[in-house]
Structures are given as C-alpha cells and as structure tokens.
Design a protein around this ligand. Sequence first.
Ligand code: ADP
Ligand code: MG
Length: 377
Amino acid sequence: MAVEELEAMAARYAKEAMQLDSQGSRGLAIQKYRRAVEILLKLVNLYPNTPHARIYLERVKQYQDRINDLQSQISSQIPIEKASPGSEARYEQLVLKEKPNVKWSDVIDLEIVKRALREAIVYPTLRPDLFPLGWPRGILLFGPPGCGKTYIAAAAATEIDAVFYVVDAASIMSKWLGESEKNIAILFNDARKIAESNRSVVIFIDEIDSLTSIRIQEVGGEVRARNQLLKEMDSIHDKSKNYQVYVVGATNKPWILDDPFIRRFQKRIYVPLPDYTARLALFKLYTKNLKLNPDIDFEELAKKCDGYSAADIRDICQSVQIKVVREFFESNNDISKGEPRLIRMDDFLSVISERKPSVSREIIKAYEKWLEQYAAL
Ligand SMILES: Nc1ncnc2c1ncn2[C@@H]1O[C@H](COP(=O)(O)OP(=O)(O)O)[C@@H](O)[C@H]1O
Ligand SMILES: [Mg+2]
C-alpha cells in the first residue's frame, strides 16, 4: 500500500477512536487507537524516509499514551471479574468490558435495530421459559460505514443490563497477539461463568469480516482462531444449557462473510443510510450546540443530503463550525475578543458541495442485494 493510503487509513481509525473516546466507549476507542498505531508503525517501517515520519511517530506516542490512560481508567473503574484466574494480560488487551455513556436516545432513527436488539437480548433473559425452542444468540448488524453499527452497540451496552465485552476482530487476527484461539476460548469461558450467575453477557465483535476465510488468506491470520470462534458460537446455542450469552457482530462487508459465519448469526439486521426524516434529526442533533443564523433551512439540508451517512452529516456540521472559526482567526487582529459570526445556510451549502457521500450508490445496491438474500429479522 502507498504512503497516502496507509496514512488515510490510520487517520480514519484515529478519528473513529477519538469519537468513541468522547462518547465514553473506552474499550472500543482503545481498539481503534491501537489500529491507528499499528498502521502508522507499519507505514514508518515500510517507508522510513517519508518526510512525515517524525510526525507519525509523535502520533503513535500520543495514541499510545491515550491507550494507557484509558486502560488504567477501565481497570480502576470496572473491576474485571476474573472468572479464569491466570488469564493473561494479552487477553485483557483484546477483550474489554465496556460501559459507555451513549443512550438509545442519542442514536437517531434505527428503531428497528434498537427493538431487535432489545427483544433479542432482554426478553429471553427475563423469561427464558417462554422460549422453548430457544432464541437467537447470534446477531449480525450489517450496512454501510458511518450509519451507527458501532454506535448502537455502545448504546446497547449502556441500556441493556448485561455484561458487555467488546472484541475487535481485526486485532484477534493480527499475529502479534498470538494464541488468538486460546484467548477466544478464555473469553467464552468467562462469559459462560458469568452467565451461570444469571447475568446476560453480550460479546460485541466489530469488523467481524476480518475473521472470514477470504480475509485470513489476505492477511495471513490464524485459521484456528476463526474455527475456535465458530465452535464457541455453537456451544452457546446448546439448548440444554440456556446460556444467556449473545454474540453481536458488525460488518460493512457482509458479502465477504462465508456460510459457516452467516449461519451462526440467525438474526441479521440491516443498518441503512438515514432517510429524510433521520437526516433532518441528525442535522438538528449535530447543530444543537452551534450558533446558527435564522436562515438555516433544515428541510433543505436534509433533502440535499440524500445518500450521505450519519457520520457524513456529523462531519458536515463540524466542517461548517470550523469554517467560521477559521474565518474568525484569520480576519481578527485581536482574537482574545469577539466571537465567530453566526453560521449561515450558504456555509452549509458550500461545505456540502465540496463533499461527496462516502458511500456510493453501487455499494448501497450491493447491500440491498445481500439483504434480499440473507436478511433475517
Ligand atoms: N444513527 C445515528 N445517530 C446519531 N449519530 C450517528 C448515527 N449513526 C452514526 N452516527 C455518528 O457517526 C459516528 C460513526 O458511526 P459508527 O457507529 O461508527 O458507524 P458504523 O459502525 O456503522 O461504521 C458515530 O460515532 C456517531 O457520532
Ligand atoms: Mg463501526
């Protein structure tokens, strides 16, 4: 991969990490920071003479510091109920317990997804006797990037009274962690032990497509880890045990999942691009703390942004805010006084005109095709 590509990829992970961090999703944030670090280090290794090497290494240091910070916060706040004494430090790096501060009401729209998660996880916990045929323990969230899969999982962790583990599939597969399959076995063992004491456990695996055979061939990951996961997923389906252990997987690339995977996620839920009403609500949400001129026409903005993801809309609002602040700094001699001007409709329009939706129509078609073939609500 070229320098630019790697840099963009690292930047994307870092951005996602910072957002998760600000939402209090520490476990997920750590994972994304770690991915950014990994990619930056790879970049510097591959291209030691790149003019920005020093900046990359500074960033690595900065992310690493933040990871350490977050990790110490997690271990001091949430006592890790170590069901398997002796489970190693590596495992703790891989699997993090999460209690973020994202609520259902922070997640715009996606009512179907919220309801499905609630029903799948809450009802069987309350009255397992009403489910003589069992219930789905594997739930797959799929859809275009930036539409709330990771976000809604964070909300579920906050709102559903369950022990919530987050696992980053990509880092399970990366070889430096080693012994991935052992880690997976420990994780499920812990989960089952907690479940035996009548608490439900949700294991959230982000970017689950990195565990499929196609990806494994690409990155040379560990086949054994993948097989272990499949085996563990079968064990939680054991009807005689009634374990309250759920696996929620998320992916932007459902089409690279292979059949053994798809089969183990009996519930498959599409997390689509926001529709008009959702876009309207997103614009209102993400401008809530901005100083707006009365000429802002939210309906018009929502109409214009057909095809944009929720994350795109958030980025647009952020760019508009940065635009007026930049103007303020550039045009003022005394920046200690005064305020940036109000944000006008034409600011939004110019930002939108410079920004294409991050997901193409062809890709949306591909999701819809997959949905037709595989969706299971
Ligand atoms: N439905 C939504 N409501 C409000 N904000 C959203 C929604 N979906 C996404 N976002 C914003 O976009 C960011 C990225 O979303 P994310 O859940 O990481 O997307 P995905 O996992 O589907 O790629 C979130 O952190 C949040 O700020
Ligand atoms: Mg995500």
